[in-house]
Design a protein around this ligand. Structure first.
Ligand code: DLL
Length: 428
């Protein structure tokens, strides 16, 4: 089968395709996955009731528990022989979420990643160093196949091994680097430690995702490496990287590749679908996945869908950058705050470096929050002054009063060389 990298469909054509594909997906799930059959039967919904996207809210939502309950392959809709690849994502607790792909799923995945890279401005013939981890994590192989599918050259470094990453970047003259935002900053720091100006690296684009980051964090990355940093979103349960992608033209919101993944926003508390523009939990339905169709998956990621069309001309709707998850709301002494809000507020202060950690504890019945943060190397401000500035901003803007703020020497806070960064340590 041929899979177009860039479909360039009008809104009407896209809607028609989504209708057809949703009908097929529901049929496939109902006929081949007992988990879905039972849930649809329980609701009294038959596949014949689903004529298209307008009927999507008749379908039940799927949560991450489904992956745990049906571990390892209860959600598969094809026979074992048709599964050509397995990936898995490990949560903090319990069994990993196992995902399966048919050969055609792999091809479609490569196509959406290729489309994403093209949106970031990567061209056939360019060289992309891929520093996402290879293995069960979808980042490494997902990018790898997409880079090749675009007709670019992949340098398959995987995570870590930073000195070697720097040598290869220089020697291969790579145009783009794919990695997590935290690793991107770490790489820039390591370059400096080696007496290398990171801005002299050949890179013009970095493709960052797999973990949340705020705008000030992106600005740090762009300045440190003299690059354009483009956000890519995805999750294993749906396919991996390449569900949604920012375009280099607008760098404002991520186009959801809607011919393959249908997005909705719901109120995480009531489960109700929210009108366009409102912020809530992102819910995704796969429209073309064969091995493991997923209906209305509650991603836990918080965002909104844009109503406006994008200046770049792509017709796929955009979603906002994801800076928080429903499960990382920190409730400290009754004040609701996301780690991303704390990050954004602190990094808005020029002297503060994008390296911090939050430690939450419970002493007797009282919650405490300790912040540890680094100043920029070149910051001339006294730690005490910086501490006071952070304290004031957090109090004024977020109503948060940390129990302690420690400004430590640059380089003190542990860096994450492989995998996703952890900044919040909840000891409660
Ligand atoms: O992180 C897939 C991926 C690989 C995406 C490489 C982008 C680049 P999982 O390990 O299953 O898959 O984690 C998915 O990571 O639900 C979000 O909470 C978070 N996440 C992924 N991309 C972004 C992003 C991969 N661009 C979970 N911004 C998702 C914020 C992101 N959070």
């Amino acid at each position: 089968m041929t899979v177009q990298i860039t479909p360039e469909l009008s809104r009407e054509e896209l809607a028609e395709r989504q209708d057809e594909r949703l009908v097929e997906t529901v049929e496939r799930a109902y006929e081949n996955v007992p988990f879905y059959r039972e849930r649809l039967d329980d609701r009294g919904v038959s596949p014949a009731d689903i004529g298209g996207i307008d009927d999507i809210d008749q379908l039940p939502t799927t949560t991450k528990d489904a992956f745990r309950e049906e571990y390892p392959d209860g959600l598969f809709a094809v026979d074992d022989e048709e599964v050509t690849r397995i990936h898995a994502s490990s949560g903090t607790t319990g069994k990993p979420k196992v995902v399966g792909y048919t050969a055609d799923d792999i091809e479609r995945w490569a196509a959406v990643v290729a489309r994403s890279l093209a949106a970031a401005g990567v061209e056939p013939g360019d060289t992309v160093q891929n520093a996402y981890g290879y293995g069960l994590f979808t980042g490494g192989l997902g990018f790898h196949y997409g880079i090749e599918r675009l007709g670019a050259t992949v340098v398959p470094m995987g995570g870590g091994n930073t000195a070697r990453q720097l040598t290869m970047l220089q020697d291969m003259g790579s145009d783009a680097l794919s990695c997590t935002p935290s690793y991107c900053l770490y790489l820039a720091e390591c370059a400096e430690q080696q007496g290398l100006d990171p801005r002299d690296l050949p890179l013009s684009t970095v493709i960052i995702g797999a973990e949340p980051f705020t705008d000030p964090m992106r600005e740090e990355i762009e300045a440190a490496l003299d690059v354009t940093a483009i956000d890519i979103y995805g999750l294993s349960e749906i396919i991996g990287p390449g569900v949604a992608m920012e375009c280099a033209e607008a760098q404002d919101g991520l186009h959801v590749w809607e011919d393959h993944f249908y997005p909705e926003i719901i109120d995480p508390d009531t489960g109700e679908t929210l009108p366009p523009g409102e912020t809530g939990e992102l819910v995704l339905t796969t429209l073309t996945k064969e091995a493991q169709p997923i209906l209305r998956y509650r991603t836990g990621d918080i965002t909104h869908l844009y109503e406006e069309e994008c200046d770049c001309g792509r017709t796929e709707r955009r979603m906002g950058n994801i800076t928080g998850r429903t499960d990382d709301l920190l409730i400290v002494r009754g004040v609701n705050v996301y780690a991303s809000q704390i990050e954004e507020t602190m990094l808005d202060i020029d002297e503060v470096a994008p390296h911090y950690r939050l430690d939450l504890r419970r002493e007797d019945t009282l919650d405490t929050m300790e912040i540890t943060v680094e100043p920029h190397e070149q910051s001339g401000t006294a730690p005490e002054e910086l501490r006071a500035a952070i304290d004031e901003r957090l109090n004024d803007e977020l109503d948060v009063s940390p129990d302690s703020i420690e400004v430590v020497d640059p380089g003190t806070i542990d860096r994450t060389e492989v995998g996703k960064v952890k900044r919040v340590f909840d000891h409660r």
